[in-house]
Design a protein around this ligand. Structure first.
Ligand SMILES: Nc1ncnc2c1ncn2[C@@H]1O[C@H](COP(=O)(O)OP(=O)(O)OP(=O)(O)O)[C@@H](O)[C@H]1O
Ligand SMILES: [Mg+2]
Length: 299
């Protein structure tokens, strides 16, 4: 049964997608794990990190993306031919064990969700409150999409959009652990604390409370701007604000190869395996496995 992890940060452009796809690739390629990447961002960055645009266009035309599955949960009264297993793209980038549930530029229509949920509250004899109906929907959405394929994988990694939208909350609810990629900058540190408060509140809204917890914060070094004494001050603050368990020892350096890899529709760990960025992702993956299961023998 897969461990489900969500990569989140309300801030945009901090390295969520890059972390998700490179970690997933290392787990499959170097550790022979069965891994599924789930793209929950309408920017489709995770999808285009492992797939060429024309391949994505073909999938989209054939309605083989996650929006089909989301719509299926929103409007269960429509008869459908396909389920989650039919949407999986196997062996992406030619890597055995690395699969993708492709994203889409249109994921769901908020108006339809609100309308369907409102109608539901009107039909029940004992009128369910709209907020309860919404919470139930949030609880079921991603969980019900992943449940049919969960036993095929060791890890399911969900890449979320920046912000804190319905899909992100639903992904958090479906997850066992979450990862926060962040830049070591003062405002980012405040952002992490705000996110932690929101997740704590979300966990308590459920009965019994959700049991997911933080696997760790991964720092993506900012390069250039943060250096010398100021960098040391920020690092000092990180040590004060977070416990060692909350922060990955391995951080990811700024490396142009990481950014360039996107052009090849392959994660940097495949495109430039000897680069500093790739080596850091490889080291991070070993640390990830030790954190997930401290008793496991990596060798
Ligand atoms: N270690 C790195 N070195 C150089 N460039 C990087 C590194 N990590 C990420 N990038 C680049 O920074 C940009 C933002 O990264 P990424 O898309 O992973 O962030 P994100 O948090 O997923 O963004 P969004 O919030 O828009 O989803 C991308 O162009 C990516 O290639
Ligand atoms: Mg992203």
């Amino acid at each position: 049964m897969a461990t489900i992890l969500t990569t989140i940060n309300m801030k945009g452009g901090v390295g969520k997608t890059t972390l998700t796809v490179n970690l997933a690739t290392c787990l499959a390629q170097k550790h022979q794990k069965r891994v599924l990447i789930v793209d929950l961002d309408s920017q489709i960055s995770a999808t285009l990190s492992v797939l060429a645009p024309h391949d994505f266009a073909r999938l989209r035309r054939g309605r083989r993306t996650i929006s089909y599955l989301i719509d299926k949960v929103i409007r269960p009264y429509i008869v459908r031919k396909f389920g989650t297993a039919d949407m999986l793209l196997e062996k992406v980038c030619g890597i055995q064990g690395l699969d993708l549930l492709p994203g889409n530029i249109e994921l769901y229509d908020e108006y339809t969700v609100a309308e369907v949920l409102y109608k539901k509250t009107q039909n029940t004899t004992e009128k369910t409150k709209f907020s309860e109906s919404w919470q139930q929907f949030e609880q079921e959405l991603i969980t019900s999409i992943l449940e049919p394929v969960r036993d095929r994988y060791d890890y399911i990694l969900i890449d979320c959009a920046p912000g804190y939208n319905l899909l992100t909350r639903s992904a958090i609810v479906a997850s066992d652990r979450y990862l926060i990629p962040a830049r070591p900058e003062p405002l980012s540190l405040v952002g992490i604390q705000l996110l932690q408060q929101r997740i704590k509140k979300l966990k308590q809204q459920y009965n019994p409370p959700l049991s997911l917890d933080l696997l760790g914060i991964v720092f993506i070094l900012s390069g250039g701007v943060l250096s010398g004494r100021y960098y040391n001050q920020v690092m000092q603050r990180i040590k004060q604000d977070f416990t060692p368990q909350e922060v990955f020892e391995t951080s990811i350096p700024m490396d142009v190869n990481v950014a360039k890899a996107v052009d090849s529709f392959m994660p940097v760990v495949l495109n430039a395996p000897n680069s500093a960025g790739s080596k850091a992702f490889l080291k991070l993956t070993s640390e990830f496995l030790r954190k997930i299961d401290p008793k496991a023998d990596l060798w």
